[in-house]
Design a protein around this ligand. Structure first.
Ligand code: SF4
Length: 374
């Protein structure tokens, strides 16, 4: 393989595709590669990579979109907090339209609650500084890549004594759901394309268990089409040769041990917790809760009345997030459910699998295309 391939060069992508096809001839069976990163999901769909691969190689998306895996109960709690007088709820934009049990944050804002879209946790902290008479809650949703930025804002709030800055932690970590997927007989994964951004923080070593415990090969990859195809080629070669190893193909930014400073910052504020993932249920140790000594900043401890969590009727996001079905297999896809009228979370976020398929793949053969439906 060529490490010098120009990023995004169509000729380089085509050359990788040809090499994947040659390796795939040795397989004698269909193989399924799962990516667990919303940015990869989007990149694969936008570049049409699925259609370049031989029918023996199927790419599916796993639970890599943080907004998509956030359970409906979290959004219910965020809405309840927003209804408390004197509270300002701050959030990344993607979460605004995610359906809750009875509405959405967008609807609660329309009803008069103070819900503001921010671009970073520090923006939320600034709102807290500017509004000392209000309680400002930041909806902290994201994987290992996002958590250090939230921990940084918390550190600043502590140092500058900003008492009215709280977070509602919905943070999740990626290895536990991958372990759950590897054990799930309903999910057939032959290899994992590992998330580049997450790996920058946790290091490639954090995924060694995939090969060691489950004999599944995996590759840490970047985000250009050539990065992805390079990973696919390496994994198909591993499968063809019966090898299970974790390969770091993003070593220009990912180290084996990750980013120790970011890890220490996260560890100062957060502790491992059992949390619910949409579609996957409760996974032990898969989330991060605020440490008890920061309880005064923990919005999950604020007493609110919550409805019984209610998933949107007919939505099959849970199966999408496990890679069990492709979006066109949901009867609501591209009819009732579109990015303008999303029924489920997977159609709301630009990193969601349903949104990516809607934007880039619905006229391109869908699940009947090469490698689909297997
Ligand atoms: S197409 Fe819409 S309703 Fe169907 S699984 Fe995706 S988000 Fe849910």
């Amino acid at each position: 393989m060529s490490a010098m391939a120009p990023y995004g060069d169509p000729a380089a992508v085509a050359a990788f595709a040809a090499r994947v096809a040659r390796s795939a001839e040795k397989l004698q069976r269909r193989v399924t590669l799962m990516e667990v990163c919303g940015t990869h999901t989007h990149a694969i769909a936008a570049a049409g990579l699925r259609r370049l691969l031989p029918e023996w190689v199927r790419l599916i998306a796993g639970p890599g979109c943080p907004v998509c895996v956030t359970p409906v109960g979290y959004v219910d709690r965020a809405e309840a907090l927003a209804r408390i007088p004197g509270t300002i709820v701050t959030t990344f934009g993607d979460l605004m339209r995610v359906p809750s049990s009875g509405g959405s944050l967008e609807r609660v804002r329309a009803e008069g609650a103070d819900v503001r879209v921010v671009y970073s946790p520090r923006d939320a902290l600034q709102i807290a500084r500017d509004n000392p008479g209000s309680t400002v809650v930041f909806l902290a949703v994201g994987f290992e890549t996002t958590t250090p930025t939230v921990a940084g804002a918390l550190a600043e709030a502590e140092a500058d004594r900003v008492p009215n800055f709280l977070i509602l932690s919905g943070h999740k970590i990626m290895p536990p759901p991958m372990r759950a997927l590897a054990r799930d007989p309903e999910v057939l994964v032959d290899a994992f394309l590992l998330p580049g951004h997450v790996s920058v923080i946790v290091g490639s070593r954090a995924f060694a268990f995939v090969a060691e415990e489950f004999a599944i090969p995996a590759a840490v990859i970047g985000f250009t089409p050539t990065d992805v195809m390079r990973g696919v080629e390496a994994l198909v070669e591993c499968l063809a040769e019966g090898k299970a190893e974790v390969i770091n193909l993003y070593s220009r930014v990912v180290k084996e041990e990750g980013n120790a400073i970011a890890q220490a910052l996260v560890d100062r504020f957060f502790v491992s917790a059992d949390v619910v993932w949409r579609g996957l249920g409760t996974i032990p140790g898969s989330g991060l809760a605020l440490r008890p000594r920061f309880a005064q900043r923990d919005a999950s401890l604020v007493e609110v009345e919550l409805p019984e969590p209610l998933e949107p009727a007919g939505c099959r996001c849970g199966e999408i997030l496990k890679g069990v079905i492709d979006p066109p297999e949901c009867p609501l896809f591209d009819g009732i459910c579109t990015p303008i009228t999303p029924v489920g979370a997977c159609m709301v976020s630009s990193e969601g699998t349903c949104a990516a398929w809607y934007r880039h793949e619905r006229f391109a053969g869908g699940s009947d295309g090469p490698g689909g439906g297997g």
